[in-house]
Write a protein that binds this ligand. Structure first.
Ligand SMILES: Cc1cc2nc3c(=O)[nH]c(=O)nc-3n(C[C@H](O)[C@H](O)[C@H](O)COP(=O)(O)O)c2cc1C
Length: 272
């Protein structure tokens, strides 16, 4: 089958598919859209050609118009709603004990998986530590890494106050995974140049998605640092060969709801 097929009854030759194709592999110079020579090799399967066509004339060999969810522009955020949506997001650090069902977590991850990625490679893999006991066990590895850092690299440990985290842990206070019932890890192949950014963006989307599902999250930088540097934690996680954890998030039902939005520094912008 050709890379794409055009329904000539429906196509109005507006050229939008060619204009929007990021790889410029659609030729409309001779009427109906046609793949340029070697198009197959360059197509990144982003689906823009199908999704942007106003007449549903464009079918890609891997994607028909029917497979794309119709977009109702009236349901999009207003600028005020977008601002509130983004600014109300908070890092959540107190979680209810009751676990979150796998279905709900999968729903959040499925939404986050729509985040952009370089070359549409979609290189993000997800590991969910669903078992709350396992979260605690993994956290003990983070504490061991912190003890090692305090002994071997005190100059790097000091600004992160790892001594306080460890003494807090020893006194029964968990400021690493904060008694969250679950962790979600975004990981990818270290050799893939797009993986790190894609995981960071997807994690951000996950954090933004959680409140709409009655959930909350918080980036778990300590955990992720240990997952990057501490072999016993890496072994316990058992990520695939050549994979690195590029982001870890605590997830659960929040105990508290925020009543106000705290201010942040104004952006530093330089114009040229
Ligand atoms: C990469 C990254 C790592 C973070 N690691 C931690 C962490 O280990 N523990 C924690 O409690 N918060 C962590 N946070 C949350 C920040 O402290 C939080 O984003 C910041 O204080 C601003 O608060 P807000 O997210 O509610 O706006 C992290 C945030 C980011 C972006």
């Amino acid at each position: 089958m050709d890379l794409f097929r055009i329904d000539q009854e429906l196509c109005n030759k507006d050229g939008i598919c060619a204009a929007e194709c990021p790889m410029k592999i659609i030729d409309t110079s001779k009427g109906f859209p046609r793949p340029v020579k070697g198009a197959e090799q360059f197509c990144i399967n982003c689906g823009h050609c199908v999704a942007v066509c106003p007449t549903q004339a464009f079918s890609h060999k891997n994607l028909s118009p029917a497979q794309c969810i119709p977009l109702d522009e009236t349901t999009l955020f207003s600028p005020e709603q977008a601002e509130t949506f983004l600014r109300q997001r908070r890092s959540i650090r107190n979680y209810r004990k009751n676990p979150v069902g796998k279905e709900l977590l999968e729903k959040a991850i499925t939404i986050a998986a729509h985040a952009p990625s370089g070359h549409n490679r979609q290189p993000v893999h997800w590991q969910v530590i669903h078992d709350t006991k396992a979260v605690k066990e993994l956290t003990t590895h983070v504490i061991d890494w912190m003890r090692w850092m305090l002994k071997e690299q005190p100059d790097r440990a000091a600004p992160l106050h790892l001594d306080l985290v460890v003494s807090g842990w020893e006194a029964g206070m968990d400021t690493v995974t904060r008694n969250a019932p679950h962790l979600i890890i975004a990981h990818g192949d270290k050799r893939d140049l797009t993986a790190h950014a894609a995981c960071t963006i997807a994690m951000t989307w996950l954090e933004l998605t959680l409140p709409s599902l009655g959930l909350g999250g918080c980036w778990c930088g300590f955990f992720n640092a240990a997952a990057t540097f501490w072999p016993p934690l890496q072994e316990a996680l058992g990520l695939p060969n050549n994979h690195a954890s590029f982001g870890t998030m605590m997830v659960g039902h929040p105990v508290y709801t925020y009543k106000r939005i705290p201010p942040r520094n104004p952006p530093e912008i330089s114009w040229k």
